[in-house]
Design a protein. Structure first.
Length: 401
C-alpha cells in the first residue's frame, strides 16, 4: 500500500558565516524532532548561497543548493564539528554583480543587487513553511530582512565571539574558550623554558569575550580587547612585571583580533572585504609582539625579553564540539521546534541567566553585544574584574552587558 501519510509542512535549515563546533548537533536536533513531528526537512547548502543559486526548474540539478535531511544523515554528522551543509558569507541583499548567479544576470546587473525577491520565490518553490537560519549577527540580520518580507523565521545564534545580541550564549563559544585555555596552557611550557612573554591572538572582531573568559579562568595574566584602546607602554610594563614576579619567569597575554592601539585602528590582513563589509583581520598579535620586545628593556633594567607569538585562529574553531556545544545546540534545536509547533515565528532562541527562552528576532539588528568595560574590564590592570558573582549567568557577561 502506498504511503499516504500527510506531511505537516516543510522546514528548511541553513548555516551561515564561520564554522564552529556545535552546528551539526543543532542540525541533528532540528531534523530528528521535525521528522518525528511529521515535517519534511531541507538542508539549504552553503549558507545563503545555496538558496540564492537555486534554479526553479524541476529538471535542473539543484543538489548544490539543498538536500533532504533524514535521521540517518544527521545522526552520522551530529557528533562532529563544522557544518556538513557547508557555509558562506553570502549577503543576498547586497550581491556584487560578479556573484549574481548566471541565470539571474539579465535581471540583476547593477554593481550591487538585492536578490531578496528571488530568495522568497525560491523558498516558495521549495514549499518551505519555516526557515531556521543558524548564524551570527550577519547571517541572522538577513533572516530579519526575510521575516519582515513575510517569511516565517525562527533563528538560532551561532558565533564563537559570543556577540549575538539578546542571548548570553552562542553556539561555538564554549569550545573556543576550552581550546584557548588548553592551547595557552600547552604553550606555557615553552614560554617558561625560555623565560619569555607569550602573546596569543584570539578571535573577537568587535567583542572581547573570547579573550576575557580564558583570562578570568587563569590562562593569561592580561588581555586586550576591542572595546578599549590600550597603551602599548602600559601593557609592556605589566607584562614585564608579571614575568619577573613569576618564579618560572614568563607571562601571558591574550589579544583579541579586533584590539586597537591607543590612537590607532583595527589591523587587517588586506583591504579585501566580504559581502557584509568586513575586511579580514589579522596582524595585531604580530605588531604587539614586536612592540613588547622592543620596549621591554625600558622596564627590565635594560635587558630585552624575547617573545613567543602565536595566532590561534582556526585551531579553536575546528574539530569536535565540547560538552556545552553538544548540549546547547540540541536544546536550541528543540526550542525552535517548540516555537514552530506552537505556530510562532520571528523569534530568536536564547539562553538568558541560565534558562532557555526566546526573544524577538529584531533584537539581532536593534542592539550590539560587547563587553561592558566599566562593569567588567579593569583598564589599569588590563584584565577582567568582578565585584560579586552571585546570580551571574554561567559565562558571567550577560546579554544586556
Amino acid at each position: 500500500m502506498a504511503n499516504t501519510k500527510k506531511i505537516k509542512g516543510v522546514i528548511a535549515i541553513l548555516t551561515g558565516g564561520g564554522d564552529v563546533p556545535g552546528l551539526n548537533p543543532a542540525i541533528r536536533a532540528i531534523t530528528i524532532r521535525a521528522n518525528r513531528e511529521g515535517f519534511k526537512v531541507l538542508g539549504l547548502r552553503r549558507g545563503w548561497a545555496g538558496i540564492t543559486e537555486l534554479v526553479r526548474d524541476k529538471k535542473a540539478d539543484n543538489s548544490k543548493s539543498y538536500m533532504v535531511l533524514t535521521n540517518d544523515i544527521v545522526n552520522k554528522a551530529g557528533r562532529t564539528g563544522g557544518t556538513f551543509l557547508h557555509s558562506s558569507r553570502t549577503r543576498p541583499s547586497h550581491m556584487p554583480k560578479a556573484n549574481v548567479p548566471e541565470h539571474l544576470r539579465d535581471s540583476y546587473n547593477e554593481e550591487f543587487n538585492d536578490l531578496t525577491p528571488e530568495i522568497i520565490k525560491n523558498l516558495e518553490w521549495l514549499g518551505v513553511d519555516y526557515l531556521i537560519p543558524i548564524g551570527g549577527d550577519d547571517t541572522l540580520s538577513y533572516g530579519v530582512r526575510l521575516y519582515k518580507e513575510g517569511v516565517k523565521v525562527v533563528a538560532i545564534p551561532k558565533t564563537m565571539d559570543n556577540d549575538v545580541p539578546g542571548t548570553d550564549y552562542c553556539i561555538g563559544f564554549s569550545t573556543c574558550v576550552t581550546r584557548t585555555i588548553m592551547m595557552t596552557n600547552n604553550l606555557r611550557t615553552s614560554a617558561g623554558s625560555h623565560e619569555r612573554i607569550l602573546v596569543m591572538e584570539v578571535f573577537g572582531r568587535y567583542a572581547g569575550f573570547t579573550a576575557m573568559l580564558p583570562t578570568m579562568a587563569g590562562s593569561a595574566n592580561r588581555c586586550v580587547i576591542p572595546e578599549y584602546k590600550f597603551d602599548i607602554n602600559h601593557l609592556t610594563q605589566l607584562m614585564v612585571e608579571d614575568r619577573n614576579e613569576n618564579p618560572s619567569k614568563y607571562s601571558v597575554v591574550l589579544i583579541s583580533e579586533g584590539a586597537m592601539f591607543k590612537g590607532g585602528d583595527m589591523v587587517f590582513e588586506n583591504q579585501e572585504k566580504d559581502m557584509f563589509g568586513h575586511a579580514k583581520l589579522g596582524g595585531i598579535g604580530d605588531m604587539i609582539s614586536a612592540e613588547i620586545k622592543e620596549l621591554s628593556p625600558k622596564y627590565n633594567n635594560g635587558q630585552r625579553i624575547n617573545v613567543i607569538n602565536q595566532k590561534l585562529g582556526y585551531l579553536v574553531r575546528g574539530g569536535d564540539p565540547d560538552a556545552v556545544d553538544s548540549i546547547v545546540p540540541m536544546a536550541y534545536g528543540n526550542l525552535a521546534l517548540d516555537l514552530i509547533l506552537g505556530g510562532f515565528h520571528g523569534r530568536l532562541v536564547v539562553l538568558k541567566n541560565g534558562r532557555y527562552d526566546d526573544v524577538p528576532l529584531e533584537v539581532v539588528t536593534s542592539s550590539k553585544k560587547i563587553v561592558n568595560v566599566e562593569k567588567y574590564y579593569n583598564t589599569e590592570r588590563l584584565r577582567p574584574h568582578y565585584h560579586r558573582f552571585e546570580m551571574k549567568p554561567l559565562f558571567l557577561m550577560a546579554a544586556d552587558s
